[in-house]
Write a protein that binds this ligand. Structure first.
Ligand code: LLP
Length: 420
């Protein structure tokens, strides 16, 4: 459930009509709803209530905006980060270092050092090589790095191939077959406090079964590791729960996910970490855009050309993802259209043959479910600058990320004098 709804025929974010934001901040602009973010955080928390020892670490990659992270911090969430940049953001939002988990397959030496220096709660080690390097850096500081070993369970998550992470051919984690051997080696290192295992099989999962299968494999591994004398006290179950992108789609609820987790981990006797991203932020944001013009006269349906493009919201171009597209002031009339941005490639298409609200030049509309993997995946392609972000709270709103103009990006560039 989210707080983007029609009131008196006008689409609102909570109590703010979206045209007001367009007027004051311009378009395209991402609009987030505080009440929705809080609701999703609470529903997720509630679903995991029976699990006593746990950390819910918001996947910063899904929406790293500082104001969003602040809301997560206020809800008692930690952070799952995958770069030095995300780590600094989580700290800046006031998230305690011990509630930060550092994931990611290619942490650099300086990123590992930063994590150690800040005293983060957990490193999820992705390879034997990374484990050795982390141990060496920690030992040089006279400390032990708290860590889990990320396992690749070779499970097909049944999601888009580009966001599947738990198949044997994916770059993530240690293959299950080699897990015992690598664990044994790393557990001996003085610089590591290796205390468990981690898994994350993919994102936008529409079915709990692959997760349950992965957790079952992990359970077996935990038993084996314990039998070999290792004290397994922490397990990280990653994120991945999907959300509906089309009105009417049904996804497993956080409550169903929570029940499955309780079942799958019943005998584990460990502290559990969760890394939800999309399920918290996805439906808490929209991308508000204005129709530049409607181009008719081709063979197919008209092109509704909007001022947002694939550089602002990359998911349709990258994954063929669907985002519901609705008018801010629907007239009750409908059309079938191709929804496209102004960028000079055909990939800049948000939807083909889409049955949607009838729109004309100048009208406002939104792409829904853009709160996760939206603004954060933006680029400045076609010298378009970076979109602004707005947070709504009841009847007020604030710009929580300024628009970065194409000029500002150009100002950071130089022509060397030998080209003058
Ligand atoms: N933990 C790890 C280690 C991850 O790699 C991810 C996402 C998450 C947690 C959060 O997953 P979530 O709960 O949000 O599904 N850009 C893509 C999604 C990439 C997800 C990458 N990893 C998209 O727009 O669909």
């Amino acid at each position: 459930m989210d707080y983007f709804a029609l009131k008196d025929g006008v689409l609102h974010a909570e109590d703010v009509p979206l045209w007001r934001i367009a007027e004051e901040v311009g378009t395209p602009v991402y609009v987030y709803s505080r009440a929705t973010l809080e609701r999703h955080a609470r529903v997720f928390n509630e679903a995991l209530k029976p699990i006593e020892r746990k950390l819910i670490a918001f996947a910063v990659k899904s929406n790293p905006n500082l104001a969003v992270l602040k809301i997560m911090q206020r809800e008692g969430f930690g952070a799952d980060v995958v770069s030095g940049g995300e780590l600094v953001r989580a700290l800046a939002a006031g998230i305690a270092p011990e509630m930060i988990v550092f994931s990611g397959v290619g942490k650099t030496r300086s990123e590992l050092e930063l994590g150690l220096e800040k005293g983060i709660g957990q490193f999820n080690i992705e390879s034997r090589e990374e484990g050795r390097e982390l141990a060496e850096l920690a030992e040089a500081r006279g400390i032990r790095a708290p860590a889990c070993l990320r396992i690749n369970p070779d499970v097909d998550a049944g999601t888009h191939e580009k966001i599947s992470t738990g198949k044997a051919e994916n770059k993530f984690g240690i293959p299950l077959m080699r897990a015992r051997e690598v664990y044994a080696e790393l557990a001996q290192l003085e610089g590591l406090d290796l205390r468990g295992v981690a898994v994350h099989i993919g994102s936008q999962l529409g079915d709990l079964e692959p997760l349950e299968t992965a957790f079952a494999k992990l359970g077996k591994l935990i038993a084996d590791l314990r039998a070999a004398g290792h004290a397994i006290t922490h397990v990280d179950l990653g994120g991945g729960l999907g959300v509906p992108y089309k009105a009417g789609e049904v996804f497993p609820s956080p409550a169903e996910y929570g029940a499955m987790v309780s079942r799958a981990t019943r005998d584990w006797d460990v502290h559990l970490t969760f890394e939800p991203g999309r399920v918290i932020a996805g439906n808490a944001g929209v991308l508000l855009t204005r129709v530049v013009r409607v181009k008719r006269g081709g063979n197919g349906p008209p092109f509704v050309i909007v001022d947002a493009a694939m550089n602002d919201l990359a998911r349709p171009a990258l994954y063929g993802a669907w985002h519901d597209f609705v008018a801010v002031k629907p007239t009750g009339e409908y059309m079938t259209a191709n929804i496209v941005g102004p960028i000079c490639e055909t990939g800049d298409t948000f939807a083909r043959d889409r049955h949607c609200d009838a729109l004309q030049s100048g009208d406002l509309a939104v792409f829904r479910t853009a709160g996760a993997y939206g603004a954060t995946m933006a680029s400045s392609y076609n010298s378009r600058g970076f979109v602004a972000e707005v947070l709504v709270d009841g009847d007020r709103f604030a710009v929580v990320a300024d628009r970065i103009a194409a000029q500002a990006i150009m100002d950071a560039e130089r022509v060397p004098e030998w080209l003058e």
